[in-house]
Design a protein around this ligand. Structure first.
Ligand code: GDP
Length: 333
């Protein structure tokens, strides 16, 4: 998780790989925005009203959300009237720094609780990438030298338990599972007991995301929270809302219901590699008031990148992204 690292910026030697992954993840969004702006700037003379309109359009189609798109276009209008640089590069630079400014003011994740057993819940709708993210997080915990256990508490989605088991086997991480359709709270209870007995340091809980029985799902998540708190003081220490970037702003209303019922400390934004809606990061801050902690940029375990606001703004708008991305674009592991 992002807060494992007191300094969110990776060391210089890792930066190449880190930035490359963010760039790969944002390639589609980046291209979409720059194409629209490039065409508009060429047609107009400098940054005129038609360019600002195209800018707002480009931001809307990358799913930053209507209020943020309007506010950003307004800021660029103000700044460009004072600026000498009225070309595409100048426009991109203004936009990048404005986006960075919005992200800098976004909520921060609380530091990781320093507890013997740290419990993480993953919540979100079916198909958002919870099970995959559980595996990615387990791999990261293991890499950090922590004893980790997975709990297969999504007992409703067909195949979810076996999918998690397959990941766990591959990673060499133990998993607590019951049969499909079993009570998720019972899985959690057993996982908490096993974690305590085996001195596990990090328990990662995959939960169900079905929506057709919404009320029951939310009650079930609330019950799981109570059980965790009863068994381990302060648990769950972290609840992560897993959101699929390809659903963009359309997914936010549903996400809000999860936040209301299950609580959430931050968002893992998945499938950024397959979406031109990377601007949704800004809408998440505005609509859900939650920090994006990690982004998923592929289906392999190493395709989980701690979110870094300035790398994000840079990858979204820099030239470098265009020249560096094509070889890796679309690769999902
Ligand atoms: P769940 O129902 O929430 O547990 O979702 P899954 O973990 O089963 O993920 C649904 C699909 O999305 C699977 O095919 C995953 O491989 C895929 N997926 C998850 N995260 C990412 C990601 O960051 N990028 C891409 N391209 N695919 C992902």
């Amino acid at each position: 998780m992002a807060d494992d690292r007191p300094d969110a910026s990776p060391p210089a030697r890792e930066r190449g790989g880190f930035f490359a992954k963010v760039k790969r993840g944002l390639f589609m969004t980046h291209t979409e925005i720059l194409e629209k702006l490039g065409t508009a700037v060429k047609k107009g003379i400098g940054i005129d009203e038609s360019v600002l309109e195209s800018l707002e359009e480009a931001l809307l189609s990358s799913d930053v959300g209507a209020p943020t798109a309007a506010a950003l276009a307004e800021r660029v209008r103000e700044r460009s009237s004072l600026s000498e640089r009225k070309d595409l590069a100048g426009l991109r630079e203004m936009l990048r720094s404005e986006i960075e400014g919005i992200l800098a003011a976004a909520p921060r994740a609380a530091a990781r609780a320093d507890v013997p057993l740290h419990v993480t819940f993953l919540v979100g709708v079916n198909g958002s990438g919870k099970t995959t993210t559980a595996a990615k997080l387990a791999a990261r915990e293991k890499e950090a030298g922590r004893r980790v256990l997975l709990a297969a508490a999504d007992t409703f989605r067909a195949g979810a338990i076996d999918q998690l088991q397959t990941w766990a086997d591959r990673l060499g991480v133990p998993v607590v599972r019951h049969s499909e359709g079993a009570d998720p709270s019972a899985v959690l209870f057993d996982a908490l007991a096993a974690a305590k007995a085996r001195q596990v340091q990090s328990l990662i809980v995959d939960t169900a995301g079905r929506l057709h029985t919404k009320k029951n799902l939310m009650e079930e998540l609330a019950k799981m929270r109570r059980i965790a708190a009863r068994e381990v003081p302060g648990a769950p220490h972290r609840t992560l809302l897993v959101l699929d970037a390809t659903t963009g702003v359309n997914g936010l209303e549903q996400a809000r219901r999860f936040v209301e019922a299950a609580g959430a400390d931050g968002v893992v934004l998945t499938k950024l590699d397959g979406s031109a809606r990377g601007g949704v990061v800004l809408a998440i801050y505005r609509e859900l008031k939650l920090p994006v902690l990690d982004v998923g940029v592929g289906e392999s375990v190493e395709d989980l990148v701690p979110f870094d606001p300035s790398e994000y703004a840079k990858a979204l708008l820099d030239d470098e992204t265009v020249s560096a991305a094509p070889s890796g674009a679309g690769v999902t592991g």
